[in-house]
Design a protein around this ligand. Structure first.
Ligand SMILES: CC1=C(CCC(=O)O)c2cc3nc(cc4[nH]c(cc5[nH]c(cc1n2)c(C)c5CCC(=O)O)c(CCC(=O)O)c4C)C(CCC(=O)O)=C3C
Ligand SMILES: [Fe+2]
Length: 384
């Protein structure tokens, strides 16, 4: 894309409840349009209930926003950072309205989601598009989005540090138990999605895009995991795998497998004694990490007597924050960075998506950041 004179950044995220009273309304928002009864939603709310109804995600986004502002200040870049969520306050629509009322006209969105799939890319584009329609700002406010950053060095490097440290800790614990040479496994974990969504993720060959075996979502995770390992000499020869977590939905619909807990059992049966768990699919330690990994998967490790270390998410790691501001600078006229680094052969990913990118049998909704976007499309750009 030709660099533009954006005048504000919107950090777009998932959102989460901030008290017990928020939990059901939040879950209704997440599942809206699918007619899931409250009794069923109450069943999937147990992890929120156990945390006092408070998801850690909003606090993490407040910290990320502050860290991005600090990095922008440090570089002398004058761009405000707004924050808006898909499923809880502050809602994206209200955030766009606020930015518009403050005089901003060209927004660059940065999402807290690194990979391509309906849930991790297209749904953000749709919700930004629908927010423009809902607020009546269509044609008045231009909204673009930075590229998916699964293979940006700013996302990869914190995992390189984390896996290096995790391997050291697991090996030291095993040595302390007299098992210095016991087999260790590196397990990369990401959010499971329906296999239909996985196959439809990324640009479709039929629409002029490259084809990926099992879809772009899986291909991006495998390539990123390999990029992390390639940067760690101590990981040479260590077995690794990509596993999935946080499956939901009806049991008859296939989702990506294996589940992290099943995979841990299988490895333990095969003689593995130590495991480094890498939350490769996640930007911060939100509920999926705090519950599905730190509560459930680590409990499985204890049952199996596996030595385990869960690697940190990028969160507000200085390299990650600098990477996000680099991604912004790729797109801005001032402070432009012409180099578009990518740690895998799949990237650098596209700034705009082709038609049907990550679309899987869902109705057409207005999307931003697509070749055929009907909303958020370019206003005359005096700066370019
Ligand atoms: C790929 C992916 C990411 C990673 C990309 C990204 O980060 O965007 C992600 C993130 C998140 N998912 C989250 C929470 C939920 N996801 C759900 C449901 C679903 N996720 C899906 C996929 C993903 N989800 C899918 C295919 C569904 C089923 C269909 C649907 O419902 O769309 C449900 C419904 C209840 C349930 O079914 O369990 C909840 C409550 C939170 C907030 C955590 C917190 O509060 O700290 C976050 C960051
Ligand atoms: Fe989710």
């Amino acid at each position: 894309m030709v660099p533009k004179n954006y005048d504000a950044i919107v950090l777009a995220s998932f959102g989460g409840p901030e008290g017990q009273d928020d939990v059901l309304p939040f879950l209704r928002n997440v599942t809206r349009g699918r007619g899931i009864p409250d009794e069923r939603l109450e069943e999937v709310s147990h992890h929120y209930r156990a945390f006092g109804g408070i998801s850690p995600i909003n606090g993490q986004n407040r910290a990320l926003r502050a860290a991005m502002e600090a990095e922008l200040r440090r570089r002398g870049i004058d761009l405000p950072v707004y924050w808006g969520n898909r499923n809880w306050a502050p809602f994206i629509a209200d955030t766009l309205r606020e930015a518009y009322d403050a005089g901003h006209r060209r927004i660059l969105a940065v999402t807290t989601s690194a990979y391509s799939s309906y849930s991790s890319c297209r749904q953000y584009r749709e919700d930004l598009g629908m927010a423009l329609v809902e607020t009546g700002l269509e044609g008045l406010l231009e909204v673009d989005k930075t590229r998916q950053y699964f293979d940006h060095p700013g996302f990869v490097e914190p995992f390189v540090e984390g896996v290096t440290e995790g391997l050291r800790k697991v090996r030291a614990s095993l040595a302390g138990r007299g098992e210095a040479d016991a087999p260790v496994h590196i397990m990369f974990a990401t959010h499971s999605i329906p296999t239909g969504d996985a196959e439809a993720s990324g640009p479709r060959a039929a629409d002029g895009g490259p084809a990926y075996e099992d879809g772009a979502y899986v291909a991006q995770h495998l390539a990123t995991a390999q990029a992390v390992l390639d940067r760690i000499p101590e990981a040479e020869g260590v077995n690794w795998s990509l596993v999935y977590q946080s499956r939901s939905g009806a049991p008859h619909i296939p989702w990506l497998e294996p589940d992290v807990n099943d995979a841990l059992r299988e490895r333990a049966d095969a003689g593995v004694r130590g495991v480094v768990i890498v939350p490769l699919g996640f930007v911060s330690d939100h509920m999926e990490v705090a519950w599905d990994l730190d509560t459930e998967a680590l409990e499985t490790c204890r049952e199996l007597d596996l030595v385990a270390d869960r690697v940190p998410t990028p969160a507000t790691h200085e390299k990650f924050v600098a990477g996000l501001i680099d991604l912004v600078s790729e797109r801005t006229i001032e402070n432009n960075i012409a180099d578009r680094p990518a740690a895998t052969a799949l990237g650098p990913w596209f700034d705009v998506c082709r038609p049907n990118c990550c679309a899987n049998r869902r109705g057409e909704k207005p999307t931003i950041a697509a070749v055929d976007s009907t909303v958020g499309t370019p206003l005359p750009n005096p700066g370019s």
